[in-house]
Design a protein around this ligand. Structure first.
Ligand code: NAP
Length: 203
């Protein structure tokens, strides 16, 4: 084979090998189906600046009206996927599921039923249920277990940093290295506790 033709053949062969490795990687990547064909997956979460504590004894650590209002504004009209523990804590606080939003509860309990609520038993089932609504965003409503599992799929985080030391038993996962600050709001204070909203976007 003349030198030029040989070079052309071997570079095409290398390209072919690269293509099948990429296709192979996509085929064997278990997150592949979760990463495509859905609107942005986002999270709204309030946590302590020191250790990212989000809750204790299945309850929130802070009840700041302005923050609860912001949560409502950001999530309204979109589906919210939450763990069964967070859902139980919502029922304690509100006495009912979130209104104006499709509530999707993730549980391994095959018998779980709650009127007006959709139930999923896996992450991809939860995303498929949310996707069926044709939403602009899919919200992950917590708690710690769900934040940890869904974080790799999230494109945006709406964080409330609380400059407060609380003894939590549920924590938001470390995320700072994977996201950059998109917008920082001015510091605010409620009953002596300083807090700040910071929006993050995946790098
Ligand atoms: N600060 C905030 O912004 C914020 C927001 C939300 C929640 N929270 C706090 O977070 C805490 C609760 O968090 P948590 O981690 O204990 O509980 P969680 O994430 O709310 O719920 C965990 C439950 O979700 C189900 N689950 C988790 N992964 C699953 C999977 N892959 N497939 C099927 N089911 C799955 C299981 O339910 P089953 O046991 O029923 O099978 C599991 O026990 C509370 O303190 C709450 O107040 C804070």
């Amino acid at each position: 084979m003349p030198g030029g033709a040989y070079y052309e053949f071997s570079s095409k062969f290398v390209l072919f090998l690269a293509q099948i490795s990429v296709t192979g990687l996509a085929y064997f990547n278990p997150m592949e189906n979760l990463q495509h064909n859905h609107p942005p997956i986002v999270m709204v979460a309030g946590m302590s600046k020191g250790d990212r504590a989000i809750g204790k004894n299945n309850q929130l650590l802070w009840h700041v009206p302005a923050d609860l209002k912001r949560f409502k504004t950001l999530t309204m009209g979109n589906p919210i996927i939450m763990g069964s523990k967070t859902f139980a804590s919502i029922l304690q606080i509100l006495g009912k599921p979130f209104s104006g939003r499709t509530n999707i509860v993730l549980t391994r309990d095959q018998d779980f039923l709650y009127e007006g609520v959709k139930v999923a038993h896996s992450l991809d089932e939860a995303i498929a249920l949310a996707n069926a609504e044709n939403p602009t965003e899919i919200h992950i409503g917590g708690g710690a277990e769900l934040y940890r599992q869904f974080l790799p799929l999230v494109s945006r985080l709406y964080v409330t940093w609380y400059f407060d030391r609380k003894d939590g038993d549920a924590f938001f996962p470390e995320f700072e290295n994977e996201f950059f600050i998109e917008k920082e709001y001015p510091m605010e204070e409620y009953k002596g506790v300083a807090f700040q909203w910071v929006d993050y976007k995946r790098k």
